[in-house]
Every structure is written in structure tokens, then in C-alpha cells.
Design a protein around this ligand. Structure first.
Ligand code: SAM
Length: 279
């Protein structure tokens, strides 16, 4: 029995249910329940919150979230082999865990959850960035969630919190920092996972701001940023020339030197340019 909840240790759960890790599903499991409880705590106070978890696998983080007091957890898992293990957790925490066997990209969590909602996950690497971008780019703000606490490959985590002038700075940093506070809260070596991945990982905590830091139309800002960083080594007047015939004037009006490169431009300047382009 394990200390946090009296359920069997995760190694035993994996052996009982024969959950050999599948690479195609990005399966690198966390088997240390002290660590999964720590990740759950990094999500903040979960009392009175519904939690969306993507990819619970054998349920280590799910157990952390429930033990840390989440009101309800909705866990979306693609691999049906994990369902019996998750069912044992659901029975232990009666009425607090619902599991959907499906693809997180296809599920609408709002059909099942009530705000305030936290999202917390050790994400499968193959769909992690796509889910993050989706959660960061709704047209209306604030979004349905209050916080995201997500495990990524270290390199992706660094792109989310990157500052101008750094190599990691780009679309992810701008989308994340425009409407959220973003920071790396836990760093993990490959050995924290079973099986160990090739690279290190990090947990990023994003808190939705009540309003964006600077006004801008979301779709225009996304287009400007995507276009600018698509050709990040070009001068902006060349990289963005398809966006407006008089792009040089518009860049100057936004306080941006047309000969600069995208990685030198601040979030505030990108927002100013998006407002000017929107008209
Ligand atoms: N949360 C568990 C842990 O921390 O040990 C497992 C994390 S593992 C990195 C990713 C999990 O996501 C796997 O259980 C995998 O089957 C699941 N998964 C992969 N693609 C998925 C998808 N599109 N929708 C839902 N779950 C997915």
C-alpha cells in the first residue's frame, strides 16, 4: 500500500495490468507518488476545483490530484489498457474521478466540468504542444481554465517562458505570455520516468491573467507572430511584407525597426503592430 492513499504502489499496478509502455502513445510514466503529489501541489490549491487531466496512464498524477483535494478529476486516456487501473482509483475516491477513454484532441471538457477548472497533466509529447496552443488561443479571454500545470520536454518548457533576444523566444513564448503568467516550477531528469525518455523534462505553470497584458486582436496577433517567426532570420520588413503593402511604415509606427529580426521584438511591440494592422 502506498502512503498517499492506501492504494497499491504504481509498480504493482503496472505489473498487475501489464502496462508495458508504448512509444507511439508517448508513454513515460511517473511511478513516484511523492513526485506526482508535488506536481499536483504545483497546480496550486485544488480544493473546490475541477481538474482536467490528459493521459492519466496508470494514474500516478491522478492519485496526486485527488489526494491533494481536487473536487473532481476528468481524466482523458487514449489507451484502453489503462482503464482497469483507473477504475480502481475511481472506486477508492467515489464520485470524484471520471475517466473518458478517448483522444484528448476530440473531447470537450466543458461538457463534464464546472469552473473553476485547473488543467494538470504529464502530457504525451506527440500532442502536448498542440493542446497547449489550443488552450492558449481561444478568441475570448479569460478561458475556461484558471491554471495549466503541464509537463513538457525541457526544451519546449524553455520556449514557453523565453524572453526576447534568446534563441528559444518565439511563437510559444508570445502566445503564452500575452495572456498568462508563465514559469518553470519543477525540473526533472530522464531518470524520473519509466521508461526514461532521451531528454530532460520540466513542469510549467501558467496562470490565466484576467485580461491580456496589451490589447490586440487574437487572430491578428497570432498571424503576425507566426509569420514573423516563420522566417526568423530575415529582417522584419522582408519577413512580414505579405501582411501589408506599407509594412515598413507600420513597423515604424509600432516602434519596431524594419531591419530588426523577430527575436528582438517585445510582446508589447508585437501587440502594437497587430493593432495597427487590424486598423
Ligand atoms: N500521467 C501518466 C504519468 O504521469 O505517469 C502518464 C503520462 S504519459 C507521458 C502520457 C499518457 O497520455 C499516456 O498514458 C498515453 O497513453 C496518453 N495519451 C497519448 N496520446 C493521447 C491522446 N491523444 N489523448 C489522451 N491520452 C493520450
Amino acid at each position: 500500500m502506498s502512503g498517499i492513499d492506501g492504494l497499491p504502489p504504481l509498480r504493482e499496478v503496472i505489473a498487475t495490468h501489464q502496462l508495458s509502455a508504448k512509444k507511439s502513445l508517448g508513454q513515460n510514466f511517473l511511478l513516484d507518488l511523492n513526485l506526482t503529489a508535488k506536481i499536483a501541489r504545483a497546480a496550486g490549491d485544488l480544493t473546490g476545483m475541477d481538474v482536467l487531466e490528459v493521459g492519466p496512464g496508470p494514474g500516478g498524477l491522478t492519485r496526486g490530484l485527488l489526494a491533494e483535494g481536487a473536487r473532481r478529476v476528468l481524466a482523458v486516456e487514449k489507451d484502453a489498457r489503462c482503464l482497469p487501473a483507473l477504475d480502481e482509483i475511481a472506486r477508492h475516491y467515489e464520485g470524484r474521478l471520471e475517466v473518458i477513454n478517448g483522444d484528448a484532441l476530440q473531447v470537450d471538457p466543458l461538457e463534464k466540468l464546472t469552473p473553476p477548472i485547473a488543467i494538470c497533466a504529464n502530457l504525451p509529447y506527440n500532442v502536448g504542444t498542440e493542446l497547449l496552443v489550443r488552450w492558449l488561443t481561444p478568441t475570448d479571454w479569460p478561458p475556461f481554465w484558471s491554471t495549466l500545470t503541464l509537463m513538457f520536454q525541457r526544451e519546449v518548457a524553455e520556449r514557453i517562458v523565453a524572453q526576447p533576444g534568446s534563441k528559444a523566444y518565439g511563437r510559444l513564448a508570445l502566445l503564452a505570455q500575452w495572456r498568462c503568467e508563465a514559469r518553470i516550477v519543477i525540473s526533472l531528469p530522464p531518470s524520473a520516468f519509466t521508461p526514461p525518455p532521451k531528454v530532460s523534462s520540466a513542469v510549467v505553470h501558467l496562470k490565466a491573467l484576467p485580461e491580456p497584458r496589451y490589447p490586440a486582436d487574437a487572430k491578428t496577433l497570432e498571424r503576425v507572430v507566426a509569420t514573423a517567426f516563420n522566417q526568423r532570420r530575415k529582417m522584419l520588413r522582408a519577413a512580414l511584407k505579405g501582411l501589408a503593402p506599407d509594412i515598413e511604415e507600420k513597423l515604424l509606427a509600432a516602434g519596431i525597426e524594419p531591419t530588426e529580426r523577430a527575436e528582438q521584438v517585445s510582446l508589447e511591440q508585437f501587440c502594437a503592430l497587430a493593432r495597427i494592422l487590424k486598423g
